[in-house]
Unconditional design. Structure first.
Length: 88
């Protein structure tokens, strides 16, 4: 299920609600894969588009998640993507 929550993860060290949110995400085993700003303007940069990975407790596959942002000139939001690579 996809949820658009628009929490700026760059505020973890300055906003207690964002810090609490991230602590809960990590506590439940989710790893944030998007760690760079995803919305950039001439006045601000925010990380509001999140991708998380949960490997699970019984993961029998050798998987490596990879997430990045793409640069474009169409919008101030950088498209981001997730690849799950299966390693042999």
């Amino acid at each position: 299920m996809y949820r658009d929550i628009n929490i700026n993860l760059l505020n973890c060290s300055t906003d207690k609600h964002t810090d609490e949110y991230m602590k809960n995400v990590l506590l439940h085993g989710f790893v944030p894969l998007t760690v760079m700003a995803t919305s950039i303007t001439s006045r601000s940069a925010t990380l509001i588009d999140h991708i998380y990975y949960y490997g699970g407790n019984n993961n029998k596959h050798n998987m490596k998640p990879k997430s990045e942002n793409l640069l474009n000139g169409i919008t101030d939001h950088l498209p981001n993507y997730l690849l799950v690579l299966y390693l042999s």
